[in-house]
Design a protein around this ligand. Structure first.
Ligand SMILES: Cc1cc2nc3c(=O)[nH]c(=O)nc-3n(C[C@H](O)[C@H](O)[C@H](O)COP(=O)(O)OP(=O)(O)OC[C@H]3O[C@@H](n4cnc5c(N)ncnc54)[C@H](O)[C@@H]3O)c2cc1C
Length: 285
């Protein structure tokens, strides 16, 4: 609460920010409450371009619910000697010892949580033109420590019939959601990856049909097949509750969202389409 109030005051104060001093409970808080340090305890490849890191932490329970799917991973700036972690300043705002060398943030999904072991898994796409996130996963070793801020993200909406569409970046999210659907859930899931070697065994209710789409053999700049796949789906009629969930590259996100809103006339409750990355652009911080 202090952070959100103080950052709004400073945002609207413009060039003449006031000093902010807090009194009362919570003065002992020195780290953001949604921050924790995780330690890498295992690294392995699930497929040639998907690297799974297992992290141990004090409070993995925070990521146990389906409404707690994502976090911001702090990748240390290459020029720092010691890892930098965020402080909560006396004014309630997050501060850094070396603000110019603060960590780089990237969004990732908690693929699974093992409450008994106190660990969680994150699947990282090892993509071309590797940025800090992909490079971190490629070189991470047991014992490495990372900061995370989270969780964030909405839960899975209850429906009778589902349509999922994702590329490999949203495959961890879809994989986790499919595992948690009620046994009687029906629908379709399209996942587009580079080739057969990147397909994974996903566990899902029997009436969810999973179809893999492969980019191999197509031109590098060919549009994603997810758009036509979604357009070609026959939606159930009647009063069935439907929900469409898609996570993919920005252009594909725009095309799918426009189709669902303008052609299918789905309500906000009936669809969630998210841009997970943008071709040719690093994630903004
Ligand atoms: C809510 C949410 C959850 C996410 N969960 C996951 C997850 O669990 N696992 C995961 O791997 N990703 C996930 N992503 C996507 C991930 O955050 C982006 O791919 C991010 O850009 C990776 O950061 P980077 O530092 O590797 O590359 P950046 O520094 O952001 O980008 C460097 C270059 O790489 C390109 N690039 C980025 N991602 C890809 C890609 N997937 N394929 C090809 N080129 C790419 C960019 O266009 C840019 O040219 C998630 C995104 C969101 C919004």
């Amino acid at each position: 609460m202090r952070l959100s109030v103080a950052s709004h005051i400073l945002e609207f104060a413009g060039d003449d920010p006031p000093d902010i001093a807090w009194t009362g409970d919570g003065g002992e808080i020195v780290r953001p409450p949604n921050f924790q340090i995780l330690e890498v305890v295992d690294c392995r490849n699930v497929t040639p371009h998907m690297r799974r890191l297992t992290f141990a932490g004090e409070n993995v329970a925070r990521f146990a619910g389906l409404d707690a799917l994502h976090f911001n991973l702090m990748i240390q700036h290459p020029d720092v000697m010691e890892p930098q972690w965020p402080h909560v300043g006396a004014n309630g705002v997050i501060s850094w010892d070396q603000p110019d060398l603060r960590p780089i943030m990237r969004k990732y999904t908690v693929r699974s949580v093992d409450m008994a072991a106190g660990t969680l898994d994150v699947d990282f796409v090892l993509h071309a033109d590797a940025g800090p996130g992909s490079a971190f996963a490629q070189t991470a070793a047991v014992g490495d420590r990372v900061g995370v801020i989270g969780p964030g993200g909405g839960g899975l909406v209850a429906a009778d019939w589902y349509l999922f569409a994702s590329d490999e970046t949203a495959l961890p999210a879809i994989g986790r959601m499919l595992e948690h659907l009620p046994a009687g859930a029906r629908g379709k899931a399209y996942v587009e990856v580079s080739d057969e070697g990147e397909a994974q065994d996903l566990s899902a209710p029997p009436a969810i049909d999973i179809e893999w789409l492969f980019r191999k053999g197509r031109a590098d700049d060919a549009p994603s097949q997810l758009v036509d796949a979604v357009k070609g789906v026959k939606f159930p009629g009647g009063d069935q509750r439907i929900h469409v969930w898609a996570g993919c590259e920005f252009k594909t996100f725009r095309a799918i969202r426009a189709f669902l809103r303008n052609e299918r006339r789905l309500t906000n409750m009936e669809h969630l389409v998210v841009s997970y990355w943008r071709s040719g652009r690093a994630e903004e911080e």
